[in-house]
Every structure is written in C-alpha cells, then in structure tokens.
Design a protein around this ligand. Sequence first.
Ligand code: FAD
Length: 437
Amino acid sequence: MAGVVVAPDDAEYDAARRCFNALVDRRPAVIARCVGASDVVVALDFARAHELEVAVRGGGHNPAGHCVCDGGLVIDLSPMRSVEVDGDARVARADGGATWLDFDSATQALGLVTPGGVVGSTGVAGLTFGGGIGHLTAQHGLTCDKLVGADLVTPDGTLVHAGADDDPDLLWGLRGGGGNFGVATRLEFVLHPLDRVVGGLLAFGGSGVREAFRRFRDVAARSPRHLSCQAGLAVDESLAPVLVVAPCYTGSDPDPDELRTLRSAPGLVEDGVRAQSFLDQQRVFDSPYGENRHYWKGHFVRELPDELIDELLGRIVALGRPPGGVLIESLHGAPKDVDRSAGAVGFRGAAFNVSVMATWQDPAFDEQHIAWARDTAAAIEPWSFGSGGYVNYMQADEPLERVRGAFGDEAFGRLQALKKRYDPKNVLHRNQNIPPS
Ligand SMILES: Cc1cc2nc3c(=O)[nH]c(=O)nc-3n(C[C@H](O)[C@H](O)[C@H](O)COP(=O)(O)OP(=O)(O)OC[C@H]3O[C@@H](n4cnc5c(N)ncnc54)[C@H](O)[C@@H]3O)c2cc1C
C-alpha cells in the first residue's frame, strides 16, 4: 500500500480506532489508511485472502460505530480528503474521506455550495449515501439529490463508475442505500451559488417553550423555500425544557416574515440570528468527537401535532438529568420537488425527522439513557411516516425490518438486487445492511 498501515502496537492505533460515539469501543486487527483507489483494492484483497471482516471509515460519525470492527480490517479513507471545484461547470469532486469542512471550504472559496451536513467533521460520503439533511434542505433538497456521479471499488476489487450515463441503477442506490455497494473513492456533486445567509440560533425557555415549538412547526408548514429550519429540544441546568431553533434564510428580504414570526415567539432568551457567511452557519452546531456516549432512535413523521409536541415536552424532563435532546428537522421545500424514482431514499414525503438523541458520559448510566431514548422514540411512533427511521442516525441494533421500512418494500427489493450484483457475499455489511437478494 502507498498509505500507512496501523496495527495494535502502533502509537496512533487508539486514535485511529476511535469513533464519534464513545459507546463503541472496538479493536480491529489492522487499519489500512488508504491514499487512493489502488490502496482500497489492496486492502480488500488482503481482507479476502485472510478472511477478515471489513469496516469502512469516512468521517467516523455514524452513531452505530460502523467505521470500526473487532479483529477485522478497517479501510480508513481519512487521508483521502481533497475536494476539486470546477467553478464554471458548478461541479465539485470530493475524495471518499472528505469531510463537510473540507467540502464547504473548497466550494465557498468560489461562492458555491451543495446542501450538506451541519457538523464539519462528518464524512461527505457517509452522509450523502444515507440521504443528507442540513441547513440548505428547503432551498436545494437532500444531499443525495446533488450527487451526480461516484467512483467505487467493489468488494471484488473492480473499479466502477456510477452516473446517469454509466450505471444509473447504481447511482439510484447510492442516493440513500448507504455504503452497501462499494468503497467510494470520489463523489461528484452539482453546486449552487451562495454568498451569505441569515442564520444562527434562537433559544427559548420558561413557559414560552411550548408556543415556540408550535411556532417553529407552523413556519415550516408554510414551506418557505428560502428558509431551512431545524430545532433541538433539551433541558437547561434546572432541568426545565429549552428549545433551540436554527433557521437558515437565503432570500433577499432584509426582514423576512418567517424570521420575525420565529423571533416574536414567547420565551426568547437568546437571539444569535444574524447575517453571516455560510461557513459560519456551518459552525452553529458543534459536537465533540469521541467524548460522549450516544444512543439515537427516531422516526420521520407525517405531521407534528400539538399532542406530539406535548409528549416530547413531557419526555424531555422524564429522565431527571440532561438526556441529550430531541432533534427535529423540517423536510419542507426542495426535497418534495424531486421525483421519488431519482433515488432509493424513502423519506422525502415526510414532514419532519424527529430523532431522540441520548448523550451522556458515565457508563453507569448506559441502561437508563438507552431506555429513555427507546421509550421516547416509541412515543413518537404513532405519528411516523413509513415504518423505518433515518438510516444515517440508526444504531446497530435496529432490526432488518426497520431498515426495509426506511425504503419501502419495492425500493428495498431493488436495493437487494443491486447488492447481489455488486456485493453478493455481503462483504460490506457494517452499515444499515441490505442483504443480497
Ligand atoms: C455530530 C454528527 C452530526 C451529524 N450531522 C448530520 C447532518 O447534519 N445531516 C445528516 O443527514 N446526517 C448527519 N449525521 C449523520 C451522518 O450523516 C451519518 O452518521 C453518516 O453515516 C456519517 O458518515 P461518516 O463518514 O462521518 O461516518 P463513518 O462512521 O466513517 O461511516 C459510516 C458508514 O458510511 C459508509 N461510508 C462512509 N464513507 C464511505 C465511502 N467513502 N464509501 C463507501 N461507504 C462509505 C460506510 O458504510 C461506513 O460504515 C451526523 C452525525 C453526527 C455524529
């Protein structure tokens, strides 16, 4: 290999095997730090010859810890992070291990953007292959909608290209079907011009939280095309509910009606919304890497009625200690414009993604936090859209039926046929797995 190989007695081993989620603590036999497609071919050959389990690592963010395995081989793409931007063609080509900070820094240098994830250290490939929801979803759609091509190394070591002219079926599968079909060494995205945004965070507390939550829902229900909006429900130090709303406005109105409506909700305790660069907007959420234990579970929902808001307000205080939070992502706007047949992703018809995100540090509380997340997710289920959650946020313990439900039977059958074509032995199974048909 041209890249470095890290083994258990190497000094960098512990850092190299660390995931975003500290709940995952696995010890691979070997970590292959690939610097190009030929290294990926060598690593896959080696794994086959030595019958080693394979894990693929991009940004290491997947909460299920899919980027690392016990005793097997990790194909670590973190040295492959370059992003080339063709400003005239409005296209970016990102290496398989690029993160959103790499991507946004390169595209914003030319005043361009694609709708990506909201935390800079998340992997571009991992996020895109599961769908991709972020600060520009209403304006430009899901991240996978902007994926127009990808170079992959399939588990038997073959180099393939997915694209509208080469293999449209594989491109369809990559738009939501996860890392099931090959190791992507390069991804190609279309870009849009974007200079500045009006964004940041609005925090609501006290007795105003319920009304602020309803206001967030009502603003999203009007489906403003220039405003993407997410919200996070958590508790403050006194364990009372707080709601943080993250609008991202890209229209030309200096005083947009939707932002005025949000700001005027009762209980506003902090107003950090202002005109800023898109790179600053991409820093409004931050999350320490490898420090916290996480257990996430949720549902896409058809609607966010008052009863569900009340249920979440009750559940957020039920644990009696900071439980992490509940993330609510609006899917209004551009995701609905794209024909369902364009990609495998099955949730574009939902109104919101509601994900319960238990976050803690002390292993003594594992059981309580996991139980809280499961119970809270179960309380959301009556409003769910389809029977699966968001594959990008799923833990490893989700049953096959939830993964199938994320796509629907027809798309899942098509994904299984694609899997049989590209990975009949299910070598790439450390993901939200689609077993070959
Ligand atoms: C702090 C945080 C913030 C997040 N923010 C968002 C967000 O804003 N929007 C959103 O939609 N999701 C978000 N996610 C979820 C995230 O998109 C998924 O967890 C995604 O799988 C992470 O990709 P990764 O490369 O960082 O993770 P990894 O754990 O490295 O990879 C996860 C899996 O993705 C696949 N994969 C990664 N790279 C490749 C590749 N090059 N080729 C083939 N397969 C590959 C593999 O199956 C791998 O096992 C966030 C997660 C975290 C922890």
